[in-house]
Design a protein around this ligand. Structure first.
Ligand SMILES: [Zn+2]
Length: 294
């Protein structure tokens, strides 16, 4: 900020740092040579933005989206005032590091973008448009992705598939399970197409990250149905899946983070494993680039 470093304490949609982070992430994508747009919208009086970075392919029959959410929250934490009396969470001031939720997904999207940039620099190009999108205000009811999907539908865009990564670093106990969520809260072609997309994704993850055990979760009973940004695309009739650590499905022993929506969701959290997140990111990137024709 103005030539100096600034420590970000949180990325809550109501916090001032959210806007700075969105701009910084846009800069990271721009440095890779992608076409970057901040897609602003209003949420409860706050002017915030989704971040979109695109490699456009003229004549593409649909865009492949690799996505995560850039906002965070600490609303499950315990907070006390100066006198030790419990007080409510203050989204504008309390820390919300969100390293796993969803810093891990954001880092993976950036890594996927770097991978595409490397291939482009080597003279290879996809057959489909590829977009990297970081949604805002996911924690407030999938607000940013709903705005984004609505606008895409209104513009008559074609989306071949959405690969959302939300919480991919939590690995308490050293499990190897990764969840691929294709379940949709809607029925019809989007639900079927999402199941097929989930199959493609599961195959890619298994192929390039053999250490992972892929758990495919399908159908309307999927506990992640409606719970991450992929759902906003189901509502508009597009294929979308969410990838996560072993967190949502309730199978025991769960091996996701214990710091969900707490100030302890930091890089130092012993529940986090960056190698595990890397394996997931590699698989999702392979699936996305394959879908894009690379
Ligand atoms: Zn999340």
């Amino acid at each position: 900020v103005e030539g100096g470093a600034r420590t970000v304490r949180g990325r809550h949609a109501a916090g001032a740092d959210n806007v700075l982070v969105a701009r910084a992430l846009a800069g990271r994508f721009a440095a890779l040579g992608l076409t970057v747009r901040l897609r602003p919208f209003a949420w409860r009086g706050h002017r915030i933005a989704n971040v979109e970075a695109e490699h456009r392919v003229p004549g593409s029959d649909g865009a492949v989206l690799v996505t995560a959410h850039l906002d965070s929250t600490g609303d499950q934490g315990t907070y006390v005032d100066g006198a030790g009396v419990p007080r409510p969470y203050d989204p504008a001031a309390d820390p919300a590091p969100g390293a796993d939720d969803d810093g891990s997904g954001v880092a993976a999207v950036l890594a996927a973008a770097e991978c595409l940039a490397g291939l482009l620099a080597a003279g290879r190009g996809p057959a489909r448009t590829v977009r990297f999108v970081l949604f805002n205000a996911e924690e407030q009811g999938l607000v940013g992705s709903k705005v984004y999907a609505r606008a895409a539908a209104a513009a008559g865009e074609s989306i071949a598939g959405v690969l959302q990564m939300d919480m991919i670093a939590g690995r308490r106990g050293g499990g190897h399970t990764v969840e691929v969520h294709a379940g949709a809260g809607v029925s019809g072609p989007a639900a079927q197409a999402s199941e097929e997309l989930g199959e493609v994704l599961a195959r890619a993850v298994s192929a390039v990250s053999a250490s992972l055990t892929v758990e495919r979760i399908t159908g309307p009973g999927d506990p992640a149905a409606g719970r991450s940004d992929h759902a906003s695309f189901h509502e508009r009739g597009w294929a979308a899946v969410a990838v996560s650590e072993n967190f949502f499905d309730g199978a025991e022993p769960a091996s996701g983070t214990r710091q969900y929506h707490r100030p302890g969701d930091t890089l130092d959290d012993p529940d986090h494993d960056t190698g595990y997140a890397t394996d997931i990111a590699r698989g999702v990137t392979a699936a996305a680039l394959t879908l894009a024709g690379l």
